[in-house]
Design a protein around this ligand. Sequence first.
Ligand SMILES: [Zn+2]
Length: 340
Amino acid sequence: MIKRTVLFFLVAAFCLSFFSFDKTSPDRIQQKAIKTIIIDPGHGGHDAGAKGQYSYEKDICLDVSLKVGAMIEKQFPDIKVLYTRKTDTYPALHARANFANENKGDLFLCIHVNSAPMKRVSEQIGTKKVTYYVGKGKNRKKKTKDVPQYRYYNLPSTAKGTETYIWGAGKTDDKELAVRENASMLTEDNYKEKYGELDPTSPEFIALSLLKTKQYFKRSATLAGYVQDEFVKVGRVDRDVKQRPVGIWVLQATAMPSVLVETGFISNPEEEKYLNSEEGQKELSTCILEALKKYIAWLEEKQETDIKDSNTQSSSPLPELDAKAFLEMIEHKEKQGRTK
Ligand SMILES: [Zn+2]
């Protein structure tokens, strides 16, 4: 009996030492923050995207994407750069997302070009004399008045600058909606293989999806912020980081941090020229590369503190929360973050 107790303690001690050893085992050692980057040049083939006076969005997207990719390969020879398209073709959006997921991308970078509708403007070109009558019967009098005459025409929008989109929702309702949409999407593809018997409408599943989204959200938002910072440095008009709850499907469907850069406005003649120029494209690509450098440094620093944290704390499983409480927690944390 005593022997058995001793044996039990020995086994327990061994297990404990094994677990504590596990925390410093090779898989805990810092890994490369980014191994694979998926670059997605917007549109392509039959989908020209936005049209300028002489150029198409799809061509600018491809040019800038290839330049960014080449710069990344030169700066980070260890990083694998993959493109959803390298020529003038149109891969379907789900194919682009699948490609990114199957290749286990650590980052999904979409390059697009913005457009704003023409502005309808009017200009007074003179006046026209108009005759009218007042009074009745004998008192009826003929009068004239000058009526202004206008000419109407369209002017290109003066909107300019860059903006970077990330997927995420502003309101709790949007988040719930978006996560539910994600959940239904997950049911389509090898769902059981990937997720077993999980019910995608269960609060636990929604909470888990949210946690996942939240992880990517922080990274996507950080990179997007760096991208905009770099554009500001070179004097581009800053249209800020924007969130889209729905609409940019590729951002939502890729299981990795993802950003979509709207590099400039093809609808603005001045910007169209910039977007098509060698210098303009080089400048845009350099900004994205610089932002990426900062992002990778941030990730590596974050990884180091994460390793320290996991060595001091025992990793706790996701607490059982209902979706509503979970959403409120995220909302609250976000508010705290914003006031900092
Ligand atoms: Zn586009």
